[in-house]
Design a protein around this ligand. Sequence first.
Ligand SMILES: NC(=O)c1ccc[n+]([C@@H]2O[C@H](COP(=O)([O-])OP(=O)(O)OC[C@H]3O[C@@H](n4cnc5c(N)ncnc54)[C@H](OP(=O)(O)O)[C@@H]3O)[C@@H](O)[C@H]2O)c1
Length: 276
Amino acid sequence: MRILITGAKGQLGQELQRVLMGEDVIPANRPEYELTDPMLGENIAAQRPDLVIHAAGYTDVDGCERDPETAFTVNAQGTRRVAEGAAKANARLIYISTDFVFDGKKTEPYTERDPVNPLNVYGRSKLAGEEEAVKGCRRTLVLRTSWLYGVHGKNFVRTILSLAASQPEIRVVEDQRGSPTYARHLAHVIAGLIRSDVTGVIHAGGEGECSWYEFAKDIVQEAGLSGRVVPISTAESGRLAWRPPYSALSTAILRQHGLSLPPWREGVRQFLVDQA
Ligand SMILES: NC(=O)c1ccc[n+]([C@@H]2O[C@H](COP(=O)([O-])OP(=O)(O)OC[C@H]3O[C@@H](n4cnc5c(N)ncnc54)[C@H](OP(=O)(O)O)[C@@H]3O)[C@@H](O)[C@H]2O)c1
C-alpha cells in the first residue's frame, strides 16, 4: 500500500514511519508539503497514494491562541488541501484530531457521539479541520487522540524528565484529567486501521485516565528520579489558552474494531524502555 504521511517529522509521524516500514511510505514534510501552499493538493495527488495519514498540524496550543489566523490557515485550510489531494487520488484519508474539540464538562470518557464545543483556538481550528477533511474526501476517518507523547519531539514526558533531573520540585496541574497516549502505541493502532475501510470518527487514547499531576508523578517514579511533584491548579499555571478540565476518550468503538492501546501507565513504562 502506498501511504503518504504529512508531518512525518512530528512525534506521531516518526512512529508511523517506523511501524509502517514494510509499506510504500511517502514522508510528506515541509517545505515540499507545506500546508499553506495552494499547490499542496496537487502535489499529494501526484504521488498517487492509496492512503493519506494527515498527522501535520500547528500543535502549539498557546501559540494558536496568540495567532488564530495561522492556526486556522494551517489546521483548517491546510487540511482542506490535504483532503482535496486525497480525494483526487481516490485515496482514503485518516485525519488525526484531538480531545480538545470537547469542553470538558463531562466526568466520564467522551464518546464519538458527544457534542463538540472547543474551548480554545487550537481546538476550534482542529474541529474546522475535521469538517474540511470530511467535506473534502468521502473516504475519511477522523481519529481523535489525546495527551500525545513520544520519544521524538517536545512533549510533557520529556519535559518532566528533564525538570525532575534538574530541579528539586516540579509544579504540575491537578485539575485537568485526560488519557495520556504513547505515540508508538497509537501508531500500532493506526497500522491496524489502515486495511479496514472504516470512515467516520473514532477515539484512540491510552486506556484509563489521570490528571497531569498523577501523570508527572508516575513518570518521575518509573524513571527512578527524586524530584518532588507538587499539585497546582489550572489558575496557578498561568497558561494562555483554556483547556478542558476533563477530556479522557472512550475507546469502546476502537475496541469493536478489535484494536486498543495499553493502559496509559504501560505507555510510560514502554516510553522509558524505548528512549533508553
Ligand atoms: N501533541 C498532542 O498532545 C496531541 C494531542 C491530540 C492530538 N494531536 C494531533 O496529533 C497530530 C500529531 O501530533 P504531534 O504531537 O505528532 O505533532 P508534532 O510533533 O507537533 O508535529 C507536527 C508536524 O506538523 C508539521 N507542520 C506544522 N506546521 C506545518 C505546516 N505549516 N506545513 C507542513 N507541516 C507542518 C511539523 O513540521 P516540522 O517538523 O517541519 O515542524 C511536524 O512535522 C496533530 O494533528 C495534532 O493536532 C496531538
